[in-house]
Design a protein around this ligand. Structure first.
Ligand code: ZN
Ligand code: MN
Length: 437
């Protein structure tokens, strides 16, 4: 009866930083697949009297990410305690940032739309609960690992843009080399909050437990449909946190959402507030490398590449650097960046194994060889097969050199030099279906 409203989606993303040590102590931050509780100390175990010492590298990386997302950096900022009880949180609070985050009010362009970044703040990760044989164990190796939380404005209205945003965010943290952003390892954790406009009471549903980009679409679209159905009945969906259950393909109630005041935020008394000088901020900014969007635009312009090719070549810095190195080698041989891009993309060059000079060598070798039209080649092959029944039956009997004879026959039909391996491949494919009349 009511008109279905407009989807409103915002995102909270947690990114683990790959610093050497944890956020407030000297324990190693790399906790993946380590023996439980071997990387802990009084600070990250929350023992009484232990004092936190902030990790400068982590804070600078947080600011760097904020700047990469076009945020303003607050010259005065502080840490706060977020109080709640859970067995993976030994202190009974998480050191986070409340009203004065390091960065805020940024934006990022996704599919041609501007998405607002509400804030980028620094906090610490919790421990991990392991459910095993009917009991629950706690591993504190992850406790205190630096986490950056990136919150967007509720600017999304569909799952496709959300996915594109997340991929871009992952690409940016990798470009900055501050995190590997691996979802499966929990280095990047996504929590969309989803609602639909036009209900009597405002509400918001947060969805957790989405640990792959391919689940993002499914989880959001499922949730939108679920909420729409409730609204169509004239009701308002419950404000709550739900979990995505991949095997069933549904979201399920986890808990009714706490309000911010339930966390009883207050300033962290053990860490002095942080003040930045403009000089310090300029220094951090100067460490930001060329970012994906800028690189894409430059590649298109400088190397005359199509959007599609430039997009593939700038997906990560390893590939981008490899391409540019190959271009440098190619200049001397008069090979255009476009040819190099085609070669790398079409041949799926393994950039960790093939040196740029080798790519150029290969291009030079094939340069004199004329590309043949597939239809034309197919026609020629058919004629050759028809007029060489003996060679065809020899090949069928297992005479290996019969195929090379046929390749030679085909090649003679072309005036220019053509690639024998291409002809051989087409011949073999054709022979599979060839019926001798
Ligand atoms: Zn520690
Ligand atoms: Mn958080």
């Amino acid at each position: 009866m009511n008109e279905i409203g407009k989807p409103v989606i915002g995102l909270e993303v947690h990114v683990e930083l790959k610093t050497k040590s944890k956020m407030f102590c000297g324990c190693p931050a790399d906790h993946f697949a380590k023996k439980p509780n071997t990387q802990t100390c009084p600070v990250c175990l929350g023992l009484p009297g232990a004092l936190p010492v902030p990790n400068q590298q982590a804070i600078e990386w947080c600011v760097m990410l904020g700047k990469a997302l076009n945020c303003e950096t607050l010259l005065f900022s502080k840490f706060d305690r977020k109080n709640y009880f859970y067995p993976d949180l030994p202190k009974g609070y998480q050191i986070s940032q409340y009203d004065q985050p390091f960065c805020q009010k940024g934006w990022i362009e996704v599919n041609g739309k501007k998405i607002g970044i509400t804030r980028v703040h620094m906090e610490e990760d919790t421990g991990k609960l392991i459910h095993e044989g009917g009991s629950t164990l706690v591993d504190f190796n992850r406790s205190g690992v630096p986490l950056v939380e990136i919150v967007t404005d509720p600017d999304f209205d569909n799952a496709k843009d959300v996915k594109a945003y997340l991929q871009k965010l992952q690409q940016i943290v990798r470009y900055l080399e501050i995190s590997d952003g691996d979802l499966e390892k929990g280095q990047m954790r996504l929590e969309p909050n989803i609602s639909i406009t036009g209900t009597k009471k405002p509400y918001k549903v947060e969805v957790k437990n989405i640990n792959s980009f391919s689940f993002v679409d499914k989880a959001i679209n499922y949730e939108l449909k679920r909420q729409q159905e409730i609204i169509e009945k004239g009701e308002t969906p419950v404000q709550e946190t739900r979990g995505w259950e991949e095997t069933a393909g549904i979201t399920k109630t986890q808990r009714i959402k706490e309000e911010a005041q339930d966390y009883r935020y207050f300033p962290e008394p053990d860490i002095p507030p942080i003040r930045w000088t403009n000089e310090q901020l300029r220094k951090i900014e100067s460490q930001i490398p060329e970012l994906p969007d800028a690189k894409l635009i430059r590649f298109k312009k400088e190397y005359q590449l199509m959007e599609y090719d430039a997009e593939i070549l700038t997906r990560d810095t390893l590939m981008a650097n490899y391409f540019e190195e190959t271009v440098k080698v190619g200049v001397k041989e008069n090979i255009s960046p476009k040819q190099i891009a085609n070669y790398i993309i079409n041949r799926k060059v393994n950039i960790t194994e093939v040196l740029p000079a080798k790519v150029i060598g290969n291009i030079l070798q094939t340069k004199n060889i004329v590309q043949i039209d597939e239809k034309e080649l197919s026609k020629v092959i058919e004629e050759i097969l028809k007029s060489n029944e003996k060679a065809v039956s020899d090949f069928r009997k297992g005479k290996e050199n019969a195929i090379m004879f046929l390749v030679g026959q085909v090649m003679r039909q072309f005036k220019q030099k053509v690639d024998a391996s291409v002809i051989k491949a087409s011949l073999l494919a054709k022979l599979e279906k060839w019926q001798t009349k």
